[in-house]
Write a new protein. Structure first.
Length: 120
């Protein structure tokens, strides 16, 4: 797995009181900086997303088993509500993975474009 460690350029570093080439995540949030954006450090799905997706699949499997075994009929609306509630609960309760981190970037092109915009 490739880890992406963004480095601050001269402009971003001076705006944050950092040194050029320093890791972008060292000095805290870049929120509000021109051209700043955030993403996960990996392209793998987050543990929360995986757990919630599996929870939704389990609900559907249980509903299918209920129908095959002649269990009580459950309306589509109730099945949908159960799926949503369980998916949200599992996603909320699942802790983030050990290697899941949010990293912040300064896009030099967007930062430069933002500086060249006339003041509103």
């Amino acid at each position: 797995m490739n880890k992406i460690t963004p480095k601050l350029d001269q402009q971003s570093a001076s705006a944050q009181g950092s040194k050029p080439g320093e890791d972008a995540t060292v000095r805290g949030s870049l929120a509000g900086a021109p051209g700043a954006f955030r993403r996960m450090g990996s392209n793998l799905p987050a543990a929360k997303v995986t757990a919630a997706t599996l929870a939704a699949a389990v609900v559907q499997i249980l509903v299918a088993l209920n129908e095959r075994t002649g269990g009580p009929e459950i309306s589509a609306e109730v099945i949908g509500a159960i799926t949503v509630l369980l998916t949200v609960a599992v996603g909320y309760l699942t802790p983030p993975g050990k290697n899941e981190q949010i990293i912040e970037f300064i896009d030099p092109v967007k930062a430069t474009d933002a500086e060249n915009q006339p003041a509103a």
